[in-house]
Design a protein around this ligand. Structure first.
Ligand SMILES: [Zn+2]
Length: 427
């Protein structure tokens, strides 16, 4: 049975079925609320913003999800990517998303990285069903970077509104990541029960904080059966230190003698992500952070050994970025008091462009493309152009010239004159 999802228009709440069954009512309602953001109430909480589009040719209004917001909706909501995938693939089953949003507000995240000692690594993508035999396709899986990106997105740290200026510190990061970890289920258990993140440093409370840390480690590093297992650790990298056993990771806010060791193999594969050998911290811009996620186990000698590790670069305002151009834009958008999201693109949605930013106060997707000598950039540009031609959705393009370092971008789109966009839940 299809659930009848409610929608909020200003003060009134209306089931979606009523809109679909009564086109005249729907047109009147949408006209009345044009230029506001109705809320889809498919999941508990404040709701997910939708937009009302006006088609001048047919003189009709349509209700649409906001660009790139499909995965904010519950899997059974008609506005979710899941629903779109189902519709597009009625005859050919495809693997479902690795992220399953449930109507009760929790989310299942299908992690490929082992968290027990002997668990084999699950292949990243399961094969499709062949022949006529119809079996339900398995869910996809994602690795540590996917999990960190997802947690980060859920905590809202990839979105910015000007009232956050000067208020985003480690304490907020800790609070919101840990809060969201309560709502995500990984390998059958709540993420918060498997995760440790250093508590914000407080000089007067250090003894209690250290006691809580030890207690948490003891709980996380053993399963209910008493067997040792791996815990997940998230933090901000403070320093890499050479040790007799390999490279050690020290986290910001954590005690100085707490070191997570990487053996040569782990360290090598980690450093290859940063173009080999170089200290990743040296590749950050001034004031930036490197967020780390890792699976950690305790050795017999009471060392903490890193099994797998991944990381995410952010600006000093904790906006994630992957290229220097993204960093430039992220800093500029913050300085110019704009409302925006840096989409995490955790999973590929084929056929839908992957903007580098989304400007909420102008309702416009922002794209950065490398210069034309990069075949991937040329391909992406071509696909995106045909998408935007078809959908007529507004977008902004910064295309780097050949050999250009890309420090200057084209003028930013002006903020639209609507009753914009309270994204902020963080204070
Ligand atoms: Zn929805």
């Amino acid at each position: 049975m299809q659930r009848d999802i409610q929608m909020r228009f200003g003060e009134v709440v209306i089931p979606r079925s009523q809109l679909e069954n009564d086109p005249e009512f729907k047109q009147k309602l949408l006209a009345k609320h044009y230029k506001s953001y109705p809320l889809c109430l498919c999941r508990p909480g404040t709701g997910t913003q939708m937009v009302i589009a006006y088609h001048s040719k047919s003189k009709t209004y349509a209700l649409k999800r906001k660009q790139y917001s499909g995965e904010q909706h519950a899997a059974d909501c008609p506005s979710s990517y899941e629903a779109e995938r189902r519709e597009r693939n009625e005859s050919t089953p495809v693997p479902d998303s690795a992220i399953l949003r449930l109507a009760d507000g929790s989310t299942k995240f299908n992690l490929s990285t082992p968290t027990t000692m002997r668990e084999p690594t699950v292949p990243q993508e399961t094969s499709l069903v062949t022949g006529n035999q119809k079996k339900p396709a398995k869910r996809k899986t994602l690795g540590l970077l996917g999990l960190l990106s997802f947690l980060y997105q859920e905590a809202g740290f990839n979105s910015w509104s000007p009232n956050m200026y000067g208020k985003r510190r480690y304490a907020q990061l800790y609070k919101y990541l840990m809060q969201k970890a309560e709502e995500i289920v990984v390998k059958g258990d709540v993420l918060a029960h498997q995760l440790w993140m250093p508590e914000p440093y407080k000089k007067d409370d250090q003894e209690n904080i250290e006691a809580r840390r030890q207690d948490t480690f003891n709980k996380r590093l053993y399963g209910p059966d008493g067997r040792p297992r791996r815990m997940l650790v998230v933090g901000v990298l403070r320093k890499l230190v050479p040790t007799p056993h390999g490279i050690g990771i020290k986290l910001a806010q954590a005690p100085d003698n707490l070191i997570f060791w990487m053996n040569d193999k782990t360290a090598g594969s980690y450093q290859r992500q940063f173009g080999g050998g170089e200290d990743p911290l040296k590749q950050l811009g001034e004031g930036d952070y490197l967020l780390i996620i890792m699976t950690v186990e305790r050795t017999e000698r009471d060392h903490f050994f890193v099994a797998q590790v991944a990381s995410l670069k952010t600006t000093s305002a904790y906006i994630p970025y992957s290229t220097p151009q993204e960093r430039t834009l992220a800093i500029d958008l913050v300085d110019k008091s704009r409302y925006f999201t840096r989409p995490m693109h955790i999973e590929d949605t084929p056929g839908i462009p992957k903007p580098n930013f989304y400007l909420h106060d102008a309702d416009i997707a922002m794209h950065i493309y490398a210069d034309s000598s990069d075949p991937h950039a040329a391909q992406a540009l071509k696909q995106d152009e045909s998408y935007y031609e078809r959908t007529d959705e507004p977008h902004w393009v910064w295309r780097l010239g050949e050999g250009e370092e890309g420090v200057k971008h084209p003028p930013l789109p002006a903020p639209a004159d609507t009753n914009a966009t309270p994204l902020a839940k963080q204070a």
